[in-house]
Design a protein around this ligand. Sequence first.
Ligand code: ADP
Ligand code: MG
Length: 266
Amino acid sequence: MKKTETKSTVLLQHHLKALRLPTIAAECEAIAARCATDNVDHLGFLLQLCERELLDRERRAADRRLKAAKFPTLKTLDDFDFAAQPSLNRVLVAELLRGEFVDRRESVILVGNPGTGKTHVATALAAQACRRGKKVRFYRVTELVTQLLEAREERLLLRLKGQLSRLDLLVLDELGYVPASKTGAELLFDVISTAYERTSVVITTNLPFEQWTEVLGSERLVGATLDRLTHRCHILEATGESYRLRDAKRRAGRAVRREPADSDDT
Ligand code: ADP
Ligand code: MG
């Protein structure tokens, strides 16, 4: 390589770093070589560089959003077995995965017994929203209530509520136990009310609707919150049995079936 070329390469790398274009910096030489052999003109070369940088930038931003969402474990619908949960409305899940409900600020409520895949589906929907550029935060309800109470103690409640109001989608996992204190319940229902028509909310719960007011309290505050929450919402019900239990039973069944064969061998 000639000395001038080396100097311009070094300078180019420096400028690309200053301009924060890491993908172009990493790939420009290889792409330049390829474009030269393929007879791609200068603008075509520039286009390829910009496309690579943009794609990478979007991927990095999606990764950051997924991290900021704090999902307990990342789940996708690819590893969800719909056949194991036939009661779940598969068509509606596929529609929700497209994410328009987030643009429309609608809510999703997943109701069902423990182990029926509610958290799995809620996480998969919310993670897809992250990949589509939405700001998401996953909370277990008890965790959010604790944070709200602590923030209130430390006079940081406005700040926390400000952070929540900047989200596109708020996941509240495991609504169903009475919050430990009346203040906790009030703070939680205030968050849900504030989200109305501004932020989408995905809630998972094992409480059938008819028990909501009975368990969560039937005071005016709770009533009004639930009214808002259920105004524009999609309901997904999983009435089947627990996936893990089913899995365990199937494994146990296999073991039992194998036993006579094993004893035949002896
Ligand atoms: P829930 O929130 O309803 O209690 P989870 O979503 O936590 O249930 O599911 C429990 C475990 O079983 C998780 O590891 C989840 O990934 C898995 N699971 C549940 N349902 C299915 C399913 N239909 N296909 C694949 N995995 C499932
Ligand atoms: Mg769950």
